[in-house]
Design a protein around this ligand. Sequence first.
Ligand SMILES: *[C@@H]1O[C@H](CO)[C@@H](O)[C@H](O)[C@H]1NC(C)=O
Ligand SMILES: *[C@@H]1O[C@H](CO)[C@@H](O)[C@H](O)[C@H]1NC(C)=O
Ligand SMILES: *[C@@H]1O[C@H](CO)[C@@H](O)[C@H](O)[C@H]1NC(C)=O
Ligand SMILES: *[C@@H]1O[C@H](CO)[C@@H](O)[C@H](O)[C@H]1NC(C)=O
Length: 572
Amino acid sequence: MKFLWILCASHLFTAACRVSRGGKPPNFVFFVIDDLGIGDLGCFGNTTMRTPAMDKLAAEGVKLTQHIAAAPLCTPSRAAFLTGRYPIRSGMAGRTILGVFIIAASSGGLPTEEVTFAKLAKQHGYSTALIGKWHLGLNCERNDDLCHHPHSHGFDHFYGIPITHLRDCLPGHGTIFINIFVHLPYGHLWIWVATALVLHALGVIAVSRKAVLAAAFLAVVLLACLLLFVLTFPDLNCFLMRNGEVVEQPYTSENLTQKMTREAVQFLERNAGRPFLLFFSFIQVHTALFASPAFKGRSKHGLYGDAVEEVDWSVGKIIETLDRLKLSDDTLVYVTSDNGPHLEEVSDGEMYGGFSGIYRAGKSTNWEGGIRVPAIARWPGVIPANKQIDEPTSNMDLFPTVVKLVGAATPEDREIDGRDLMPLLLGQVERSEHEFMFHYCNAHLNAVRWHPANSTSIWKMFFFTPNFYPENSTGCFHTHICFCTKEYVTYHDPPLLFDLSKDPSESNPLNPENEPLYKDVLRSIREAVARHSLTLTNVPNQLSLVNVVWNPWLQPCCSSPFQLCRCEKDQM
Ligand SMILES: *[C@@H]1O[C@H](CO)[C@@H](O)[C@H](O)[C@H]1NC(C)=O
Ligand SMILES: *[C@@H]1O[C@H](CO)[C@@H](O)[C@H](O)[C@H]1NC(C)=O
Ligand SMILES: *[C@@H]1O[C@H](CO)[C@@H](O)[C@H](O)[C@H]1NC(C)=O
Ligand SMILES: *[C@@H]1O[C@H](CO)[C@@H](O)[C@H](O)[C@H]1NC(C)=O
């Protein structure tokens, strides 16, 4: 306390003192980029990608080099970001192979009992907006109850897409559904059953007996309907919303980032006179890749690079707007990615890209490449410029940080796993409060990170690892994503141990023979897991099979089913 007063006296009237003495809370602008790799930004060492706007933010703020996403996939990572809690606590961690929502008309989603930082900020007078991708559910019982919609989670304004930008949403890029289907339990069996039905029907028609002929005819009609449904499904599933209304179905992706940027600028202009929280959740750089005409073909890294550079342009536009409105000094800006780059994805025969830098693997794995995401925080005059923090931090930390800054009370009736970032960002403390971090793959505890209070080591212990073999493009490469269930992973007993402080690329596993501390580390981690397990409660699984499949009665439809739900009310 005394130290704080001396600090304040010597920097009288500086913004840092305003904060520590409980001054005016800031506005918030949070950018989350979809599937961006830690090696994709200039400020994180990329020399050929042009990201001047984000590089400038890093130069004017703090760069977090060990910022860990709470999950290596979009849906759980975003649930954790908004609530400050491991996804398993809200039921947003899948138990089957599927870890994310891929159908807008499914019933799962972030439960309304969860408290998001947007909800608390709104209660404290903030105007709140989510622009871009949501991916945390939509409806529960009717196609317009919006129970999981951003409006139910503290966002006054929403403009964007309820799920993710699937490959299916860009015509001519195939579908992820065949792939998922084949990997469902008995997936192959269903395909055999369907094929057998068709063959049977054809056979029956060939021998032509009347009663069975009718049955066979029915089977063919049913299959034709199914086929028609599969072919038109993207038109139903890929839609753009403004608040509770569908405004474009199916949407055209090309200019999406341009539209989102315009919307965000308008939000800032409308709210310049009052506190606001803007969560700009980019639809890029997820597959299927797209870029607007002004960016297509401009980067050195194909369409992927074009998309990253368009995102950077958009970040720049928002920062420019803050400057123009003279709000930069009153705004905490944060940039991150929801998980690592999607390495197993190939689009148009070209590797989709995304770069993990020195880190191993990418999206959907708990190797560092899957969860160590780029992160920048800027608040001019309050947090120092051009500083780097290497301590473990988490995307769950934004929850307690916002709660504290807006002066809200931390919910007492639940576990919060994030930690206030401000003491680290302000340089008031050197060590992160995250001693242990639990790395889940869906609902399965995959690895644990331990940064002991008395040591520089950062231990990371894996109980299993994904069957990911980039050297021969097998393993996850044929499923396009690494699954966490037992058929797709290798278990380790004794667990694999790495010391990230010496081996950040996770290339030299330690074992009881070559690491004298192995047994102690194992024991400490086992104890931490036991303590952590005691804090877990049984909650409904939002990603159970019934919660992720298509429900016709939950399907939003922009026109009428006779017009195939198509509409375009939102011309740019
Ligand atoms: C920059 O990013 C691109 C795209 O992810 C990647 O292919 C390239 O290797 C990176 N270059 C450097 C020097 O990091
Ligand atoms: C995207 O915007 C450009 C102008 O910036 C326009 O020429 C193009 O037609 C738009 N694309 C779509 C699909 O609307
Ligand atoms: C560090 O602390 C742990 C317990 O947190 C203890 O087991 C270990 O012996 C300590 N190591 C050193 C070098 O003091
Ligand atoms: C791919 O490589 C992994 C490990 O290097 C090996 O276990 C696996 O059998 C290989 N698969 C094929 C099809 O060669």
